[in-house]
Write a protein that binds this ligand. Structure first.
Ligand code: SF4
Length: 406
């Protein structure tokens, strides 16, 4: 498997510079207004990808904000030891960090801040929420925030503009909470689209677990915990290929969902992520390492030529994946949801993304409880697009079961 690249700019301190955006283009944008199991070894091994120069370029941490209790915890101490040159700044709460969260002045440095900054905190409220679409349950996640910078991502909205990874150091508490929840549920008696027999827990709602594994063992701890729970399965979506995860021996109890979109969209919108080709190429390695491998066809962005490019993507998927991956694969289809606040932030640093994301003629707004204006494709537009895409899947990747389209 190819290791993640250092990114288009190859700079010494960041994967992806803003100047690289100029190289990205979506056709039509702006023109219409619209093998066998891996040997068991931990990421702490010397050969771990996260200790490689490429990984250090992905996450060149220079500043570490930390709650005092998080810094004193075993996980916190491990993380501090991994980044001995970082400036450590104590904060009262990972939620309120002056100069980092909610500071519009950071917009110009948004992408860089994401890679150079880490936050350590404790997850105070441990709650599992019902879901029913992607998973049966949303677990309390091991992180919040992300060092990648997808232009449509909802994750930064909760913490202001630059939202680097916040690692929750009380991973033992999160796992103990999950153990109790799973024990209370007992066996899953009725199959559903989430899974035939296991209760599925999404463990990565507010971040990317593959990327988190560059920082610490939270993802590894969860994968290892789930392999002990025969009635449950972990699930997370990812846009980052981290070869360290191949060593975790999940024994079928973790579903990894590689997010896919046409390469032209990904180059414009999925900043700092692994190339889509790498995500596809990694699928067989992850299956052979003991993961269940699914796909997220998401977000589906409607712009001129989208049907053609999704056709190409599905044909490529059909060509690239071996039969053993196809036999167990399934997909979620998720149409783009956008947000006025994010639109306005993006105009300040990546306006070309907004040429495809912000399409008022196709979208309808819905005010959320906190007053934010979320934007989705209008009902008729969305229904037609879902119909088209499911038809393309049936024609070009008929082995790909669609678990749900939303
Ligand atoms: S990888 Fe996921 S969590 Fe990270 S910025 Fe992209 S969409 Fe958001």
């Amino acid at each position: 498997m190819r290791y993640p690249s250092a990114g288009p700019d190859g700079g010494p301190d960041a994967l992806f510079g803003l100047d690289a955006l100029d190289a990205a283009a979506v056709p039509g944008a702006g023109t219409t207004g619209q093998g066998g199991h891996a040997a068991e070894h931990g990421p702490e091994d010397r050969s771990a990808f996260r200790d490689s120069p490429a990984a250090r370029r992905l996450l060149p941490v220079r500043t570490l904000y930390t709650e005092p209790a998080a810094a004193a915890s075993p996980r916190g101490r491990q993380i501090l030891a991994r980044f001995p040159d970082a400036q450590v700044i104590e904060v009262d709460s990972h939620w309120r960090i002056p100069g980092l969260h909610g500071n519009e002045g950071n917009v110009e440095r948004w992408v860089r801040v994401k890679g150079e900054t880490l936050v350590l905190g404790e997850k105070k409220t441990l709650a599992t929420r019902p879901n029913g679409r992607s998973a049966d349950w949303i677990a309390p996640g091991p992180s919040n925030g992300c060092a990648m910078a997808c232009a449509y991502c909802y994750v930064p909205r909760r913490k202001g503009y630059a939202n680097p990874i916040t690692v929750f150091t009380n991973i033992d508490g999160i796992i103990a909470h999950l153990a109790r929840h799973i024990a209370r549920l007992g066996r899953k008696r009725e199959p559903n689209q989430c899974d035939e027999s296991a209760w599925v827990y999404d463990i990565g709602e507010n971040g990317d677990c593959s990327l988190d594994a560059l920082v610490c063992d939270n993802t590894a701890d969860l994968v290892r915990a789930f392999r002990r729970w025969p009635s449950a399965k972990a699930s997370f979506a990812t846009k980052f290929v981290n070869p360290d995860l191949l060593a975790l021996d999940p024994r079928g109890r973790t579903r990894i969902r590689f997010s896919l979109m046409p390469a032209a969209d990904s180059r414009l919108l999925d900043l700092r992520t692994s190339p889509v080709d790498d995500r596809m190429a990694a699928a067989a390695d992850f299956l052979d390492a003991g993961y269940e491998v699914h796909f997220n066809l998401s977000p589906v962005v409607l712009r001129p030529g989208w049907e053609h490019d999704w056709t190409e993507l599905l044909r490529q998927l059909d060509d690239v994946l071996p039969d053993r991956v196809k036999r167990q694969a399934a997909a979620e289809v998720i149409m783009l949801t956008h947000n006025r606040e994010l639109h306005e932030v993006n105009l300040g640093w990546h306006p070309r993304a907004e040429e495809v994301l912000w399409r008022p003629a196709l979208q309808q707004g819905k005010r959320s409880e906190n007053g934010a204006l979320n934007v989705r494709y209008a009902n008729g537009v969305k229904a037609a697009a879902v119909h088209t895409l499911t038809g393309l899947v049936a024609a070009h990747a008929p082995w790909l079961r669609i678990r749900y389209a939303f």
